[in-house]
Design a protein around this ligand. Structure first.
Ligand code: NAP
Length: 183
């Protein structure tokens, strides 16, 4: 990838689904344009990479910012602390979940996925949603989720939410063949 960038074939080197060790190894070799790992209010096992990117000033792109489309009982939007905060502030759980990510560090870039124009417009308002210290403290209480499993082509199933994409990182065969909801 470094060679491709130097040849002008790509604009920058971005990483996804990387461990802290992999992130550090990449940074020791080259500039890292951004990191995209799973992270949201109910899924914070990537905190070490998040913190390192914040310290280094490199963009961090949390995927599944709203808890993904895979969970019937969304662990972020359905979290009591998120819903309480939304009710108290007079905003939606989506606005709370996204504003919380933006409040964590200035290097956070959001990519919530949606198939709805109305949802897109709602998601954009998160940029102007301000959370107070009480809400930020309350969101620390959101319980970690363990609701999405990743099934690899060899049939092995791995909990993505409790150990995001560890399977994809360690598996030698094709990875992220399918994602499936587990209730
Ligand atoms: N690098 C990687 O390995 C990786 C892995 C997974 C995902 N990603 C990327 O991360 C991004 C986000 O992932 P994602 O879309 O799977 O998860 P997400 O953003 O956490 O959640 C998307 C889900 O939230 C719903 N939603 C969005 N806005 C909403 C709103 N305002 N109100 C209610 N529901 C709302 C969507 O439904 P509607 O369609 O009905 O709005 C959809 O079901 C995508 O760009 C994806 O490509 C990257």
């Amino acid at each position: 990838m470094v060679a491709m960038r130097e040849e002008g074939l790509i604009g920058g080197v971005g990483l996804s689904n990387v461990s802290l060790e992999q992130y550090r190894a990449a940074r020791s070799r080259t500039e890292v344009a951004c990191v995209q790992n799973a992270y949201n209010a109910a899924q914070r096992s990537d905190q070490p990479v998040f913190d390192s990117c914040a310290a280094d000033g490199g963009p961090y792109v949390p995927f599944f910012p709203l808890g993904s489309a895979f969970a019937a009982d969304n662990p972020v939007l359905g979290a009591p602390a998120v819903r309480r905060a939304a009710g108290r502030l007079g905003v939606t759980p989506v606005q709370v979940a996204l504003a919380w990510l933006l409040a964590l560090a200035p290097n956070v870039l959001l990519i919530p996925g949606t198939s709805s124009l109305a949802h897109l417009e709602e998601n954009l308002t998160a940029a102007s949603t301000t959370l107070d210290q009480a809400v930020l403290g309350e969101l620390e209480q959101v319980q970690p989720a363990s609701w999405v499993s990743i099934r690899l082509k060899d049939g092995a199933s791995h909990p993505a939410a409790s150990l995001p994409f560890q399977a994809a990182r360690t598996h030698t065969g094709p990875c992220i063949a399918t994602c499936s909801a587990r209730r």
